[in-house]
Design a protein around this ligand. Structure first.
Ligand code: GDP
Length: 329
């Protein structure tokens, strides 16, 4: 079967009506474009395969669904597209009338579910920066109600949809993407457990395992996530990348296996970043007195990195074995 080609990374499909914000999301999350620059993006109406697989832990494709797309068109290889994907993100423009979008969502979801029951459906209620707080909650409630009612009417209430309020003008889009990606990582529990061990043994308050390019966190320890902490860590990645672009000795990339940084903030908080592998970095927040013993942190980090490497080596072996069985690729 086609669906199992090279499936060792989380595969995500981004769908939605034209102008709902798909290319903007892609540019902001994966290509470091600033939100304001998306105002002048040219609209596209075809499938875009954004191959970020060399730079990111995540793989994904964007797929416009303008009114005229026919899911039953023979040339439209939905078996392949839905079959190989882990999550379908459907973007709805919350600043616009969303009735058309809802009926497209319904079609996409039922079609995709028929082909691949394992697909996770994620609805991004997008551009909520334009809504008041009350209006956000009301819009989410309304969209959730209508979408689930429609599925129930069609006898498909076994399909689960998840909803996220998003905007490219703040960190909500990264946070939402993080949640989506985490659901697709089979080893998530193992990673969380490893992070718990690291923080409790190193007097660290919070630790995130980041996909450096996208600033999606693919795992964190099991203590609750505070948005501010997450934003701090995102900013730290930017600082480190910028610094090594300017002062780095290598010219083939700002991020390598020696990348490490300590930043002391005036709030007696310390940020700590270490490269884990080509795509991933560990970013931690700790109190100043917690880093008296940097040797211990360094030692614990090395153990953590070895464990992570084992987790992903096991994953790649599994994927290879799987592909071998499926068609010897
Ligand atoms: P696409 O056709 O689905 O790829 O949509 P685009 O990415 O081209 O976006 C259409 C318009 O929506 C652009 O002018 C973007 O600047 C704007 N847009 C995208 N995301 C947001 C957002 O989170 N908030 C606001 N206010 N505008 C957005």
């Amino acid at each position: 079967g086609a669906p199992s080609r090279g499936e060792d990374k989380p595969r995500i499909l981004l769908m939605g009506l034209r102008r709902s914000g798909k290319s903007s999301i892609q540019k902001v999350v994966f290509h470091k474009v600033s939100p304001n620059e998306t105002l002048f993006l040219e609209s596209t109406n075809k499938i875009i395969k954004d191959d970020i697989s060399n730079s990111s832990f995540v793989q994904f494709q964007i797929w416009d669904i303008p009114g005229q797309i026919d899911f039953f068109d023979q040339t439209f290889d939905s078996e392949y597209i839905f079959g190989g994907c882990g999550a379908l993100i459907f973007v709805i423009d919350a600043q616009d009338d969303y009735m058309e979008a809802l009926s497209r969502l319904q079609m996409a979801v039922t079609r995709a579910h028929k082909i691949n029951e394992a697909i996770k459906f994620e609805v991004f209620i997008h551009k909520v920066d334009g809504l008041s707080d009350d209006n956000k909650i009301e819009t989410q409630r309304d969209i959730l109600q209508r979408a689930t009612d429609e599925l129930a009417d069609a006898g498909m209430d076994n399909i689960r949809l998840s909803f996220h309020l998003t905007s490219i003008y703040d960190h909500s889009i990264f946070e939402a993407f993080s949640k989506v990606v985490q659901k697709l990582i089979p080893q998530l529990a193992v990673l969380e457990n490893l992070l718990d061990i690291v923080i409790s043994n190193s007097k660290i308050e919070k630790a995130f395992l980041f996909d450096v390019v996208s600033k999606i966190y693919i795992a964190t320890d099991t203590s609750p996530v505070d948005m501010q902490c997450y934003e701090l860590c995102c900013d730290m990645i930017d600082v480190v990348i910028d610094m090594s672009c300017i002062y780095g000795v290598r010219d083939d990339g700002a991020f390598d296996n020696e990348s490490a940084s300590f930043i002391k903030l005036n709030s007696s908080t310390v940020l700590f970043l270490r490269e884990v592998n080509r795509h991933l970095a560990l970013v931690c927040i700790l109190r100043e007195d917690g880093c008296e013993n940097r040797g211990i942190i360094e030692y614990n980090f090395k153990c953590f990195r070895n464990a992570i490497q084992e987790v992903f080596v096991a994953r790649n072996k599994q994927a290879q074995a799987h592909n071998g069985l499926a068609g010897g690729e």
